[in-house]
Design a protein around this ligand. Sequence first.
Ligand code: FCB
Length: 460
Amino acid sequence: MNELRFPEGFVWGVATSAFQIEGAAEADGRAPSIWDTCAARPGFIADGSDGRVACDHYHRYPEDVALMKELGVGAYRFSVAWPRVLPEGRGRVNAAGLDFYDRLVDALLAAGITPWSTLYHWDLPQCLEDIGGWTSRDVASAFVEYADAVTRRLGDRVKHWITHNEPWCASVLGYAQGEHAPGRKSWPDALAAAHHLLLSHGWGVPVIRSNARGADVGITLNLTHVDAASPSRWDQELANVVDGEINRWYLDPLFGRGYPEDIVSHHQREGHLPGGLEAFVQPQDLQAIRAPTDFLGVNFYTRALVRSERVPERENAPRTIPEPPDDQRTDMGWEVRPDALRALLVRLHEDYAPARIFITENGAAYATGPDADGRVQDDRRLAYVAGHLRACRAAIDAGVPLHGYFLWSLLDNFEWAFGYEKRFGIVWVDFETQQRIMKASGRWYARVVRANALPEEQAA
Ligand code: FCB
């Protein structure tokens, strides 16, 4: 047998987030989040949809836990909705909102599935956006109240906590590029938001530890491997900036190095830091942000292939790395590059040496739906996951302390600005009837999980 085995104790999981699956927008005292507000803005969501019903997971969670049990996964990463728990953003705790997560956690534990909970997966209460959102330092302190309320209630049973999901997306896509909620287009706002996200992480870690005794606490970043499309100085310099903006701006302060100087200078040159870093970084902040954690969560989907628009004509030598053809892309247009995951993991280990790494998201959007027999034969998703699992295994062989993998996603769901058009699930969801169908990729993943190995067909 030439299957590709994973180390004993490797964690196999699936991931989701609250706003993308729960629905039940007004149930039990939930207040609106910034995503409810943005979804109501014409044109913000590609298919004009919203998260009001989504997968109706709030009511159907027993069925979804049963699906996870069928998959045999050992762990489930979900997020808690801040607007359910603290509908006014801070202060009054809504017990009925917490009750839902209580029920979910108990159902998971009864099914033998370890809960991994993310506190912030982008659904900021709208009332906190009204006081400045993440550009406001007060929102960082409100996060600590929220983290306290959640971990007090669930910390006896949930022993794996992730403070934030992808602060780059929450800050840059939300505040600079305007593609995500709250839909602002200001780099100064985005950089202040990024800082307050990191600060709230640092402030939150000790609070979580004191409420959830013995818990593992970490943060999840969306990280990528960056390639310049040519050896041209312009492409190379831009590749360094992209690496700095996406990877180092978050990794460096979290690992005690402060903000990377070359990228601070870049933002200053671009006018992104009108008041300097001092406008929002206070003396003890960097000390707080470097709070020791137990693991780094990595979300990986694709590499970044960087081409500068500024390469002068005479230097416009053919790009040594061409744009990938369409059949090497997922429905998101993202290039399929598992080798870049291996390179990223090795680099993280060499440059930052986190004690443990978990892939907290990896997966692919492909539209493949039920055939005439009602079966979903999503071979391309299966191949995507298999390729990335081989890359994980290669990274482990290279000495990277990679301890687990969470597939994004359990269910087809609300894919943010794309609405329901992009399907990432290993379970098909019919959004009219809420019927779930296990896809071929899901049945295959169940085999991988049970064997703790890639089957022979995908091992090489
Ligand atoms: C990540 C998000 C997740 C999902 C995937 C496709 O950036 O964390 O919620 O949208 O992308």
